[in-house]
Design a binder for this molecule. Structure first.
Ligand code: SAH
Length: 204
């Protein structure tokens, strides 16, 4: 079933062999509630705890491809959720720092990571809007929730040459990639429209 999912994701345009390898390897059914397990290898988002969703596999693969990772890259992930994207990043040998703001989900996924032996460098309960200044700079930053705007803190935590992949918008989001070309210069690209649960600031 995972191999079929790889074919679906490939047909939608993802071509990076390592990313396809991750989709073909990470056992997505284990990241989902048992009631949805049978659907785990459909290319769809599903509900997880705290009214959140596990992202669609194509979206995970596409965002990961845009990160342009090299083994050992330092990656900041905002919105751990089920941990599926985290596991994909770990498969690609990234050093992952991941932040989740829903306590229920944070605790659930923490137990799951321990059980499965997935080891992000740091797994933090907090507000991804402010990033993780004490661990910056990052080679890549991935945001897995829809952001009304691009948080300034995240731009300042990018390494030179680093990539930020973030869905920007309210109702629907434009997949945006920012590449930091120098201390002060950023290049912006747009890569199609998606729908995510919202990135929430702590004050909400
Ligand atoms: N990559 C996850 C996606 C989960 S949905 C997966 O595939 O399972 C987006 C996640 O972002 C939710 O878990 C939500 O709680 C979290 N989130 C929303 N706003 C956040 C913020 N400001 N900081 C950290 N996490 C946030």
């Amino acid at each position: 079933m995972r191999n079929q999912l790889v074919e679906i994701v490939k047909a939608k345009g993802v071509s990076d062999k390592n990313v396809l390898g991750a989709i073909g390897t990470v056992p997505r059914h284990l990241f989902m509630d048992s009631s949805f397990e049978d659907h785990a290898y459909q290319d769809k988002a599903f509900p997880i705890a705290a009214n959140q969703t596990i992202s669609q596999p194509y979206t995970v693969a596409f965002q990961t491809e845009l990160l342009d990772l090299k083994p050992g890259d330092k990656v900041l992930e905002i919105g751990t959720g089920s941990g599926y994207q985290t596991a994909v990043l770990i498969y690609l040998k990234a050093k992952v720092y991941t932040i989740e703001r829903q306590l229920e989900l944070y605790k659930k996924t923490k137990l799951f990571f321990n059980k499965m032996g997935y080891r992000p460098k740091k797994y933090i309960f907090g507000d991804g809007y402010i990033g993780l200044p004490e661990e910056a700079p990052f080679n890549s930053i991935i945001v897995t929730a829809g952001a009304p705007n691009i948080p300034k803190a995240l731009l300042s935590q990018m390494a030179i040459g680093g990539r930020l992949v973030i869905p920007v918008g309210e109702e629907e989001q434009v997949m945006t990639r920012i590449i930091r070309t120098s201390t002060k210069e950023f290049k912006r690209e747009e890569h199609g429209t998606f729908r995510f649960v919202p990135l929430l600031e702590n004050k909400n």
